[in-house]
Ligand binder design. Structure first.
Ligand code: XBP
Ligand code: MG
Length: 251
């Protein structure tokens, strides 16, 4: 029987719906500012999410259109401006946490479960979201915030999860990943982790076969019941996802 010791949280799409109205807008502002004749609309950005990492996504968008990408340093400085715009958007408080996220984080924290972040996004973007959407007191509540270029291969590679567990001194049998995307789920799976998926408009149709729970959101006790898309552990009482559900997944 496994024990739940640690929740490893993805960020974009899992803690908050940051992609469409946060990252996408920030990329477009950076393109505009740099005089680049390119704007990513909502469906185009959905296609580009197949490639994780902002710098990698910019490069891929050139390559898929058959255009020679700018030099890596140019992409990096464009991406730095994008991060700055993203920080400004987040500071305006326009991206709330997804339903149930604060409740689940708080339940786990109060139960003494280690909390950690394993994300593809840039550390500065992660910190902005923690500060403005979650609250600055949460910086210290995450035992580790593994983010961005700290590993060479981004999701769907398992590296960021393996890195986080190595730093924490924990093995996959006591950790549970919280994800929203097919790329994230594959990263968790290939790191040997069990995984709960909370889908969003961009990821709902993706392949989560083998994931341990797939839901429309974590939900809240006073709200409408969540939609359960896959429940291989036959958890009952899934009006909303609670900490005891996550513990039962580890049994
Ligand atoms: C998130 C990403 C990130 C963000 C953009 O994936 O792929 O690249 O879209 O952030 P995940 P940066 O949720 O699987 O971690 O521009 O800071 O990379
Ligand atoms: Mg994600």
């Amino acid at each position: 029987m496994g024990t739940l010791k640690c929740l490893l949280w993805d960020v974009d799409g899992t803690l908050a719906d940051t992609e469409r109205d946060g990252h996408r807008i920030a990329f477009n502002l950076a393109f505009d500012e740099a005089g680049i004749d390119r704007q990513w609309d909502v469906p185009t950005y959905g296609e580009l999410l197949a490639v994780t990492g902002g710098k990698e996504r910019i490069r891929h968008d050139y390559e898929r259109r058959g255009i020679q990408p700018p030099a890596q340093e140019t992409i990096a400085s464009l991406h730095a401006r994008k991060t700055s715009h993203y920080q400004d958007l987040i500071a305006e408080g326009r991206i709330p946490l997804r339903p149930g996220v604060r409740r689940l984080l708080t339940e786990a924290f109060e139960a003494g479960i280690t909390l950690a972040v394993a994300t593809t996004t840039t550390p500065a973007a992660l910190d902005a979201l923690i500060e403005h959407s979650l609250g600055a007191e949460w910086f210290d509540r995450f035992a580790i915030r593994a983010a961005g270029d700290i590993v060479p291969a981004k999701k769907p590679a398992p590296d960021i999860y393996l890195y986080a567990m190595r730093e924490l001194g924990l093995t996959p049998d006591v950790c549970l990943a919280m994800e929203d995307s097919g790329n994230g789920w594959r990263a968790a799976r290939d790191a040997g982790l069990k995984c709960v998926v909370t889908v969003n408009d961009y990821t709902r149709g993706q392949d989560f076969s083998g994931a341990d729970l797939v839901v429309s959101e974590f939900g809240e006790p006073g709200d409408e019941p969540i939609e359960v898309l896959a429940n291989p552990h036959h958890l009952s009482g899934l009006h909303h996802v609670r900490l005891d559900h996550l513990m039962r997944i580890m049994d």
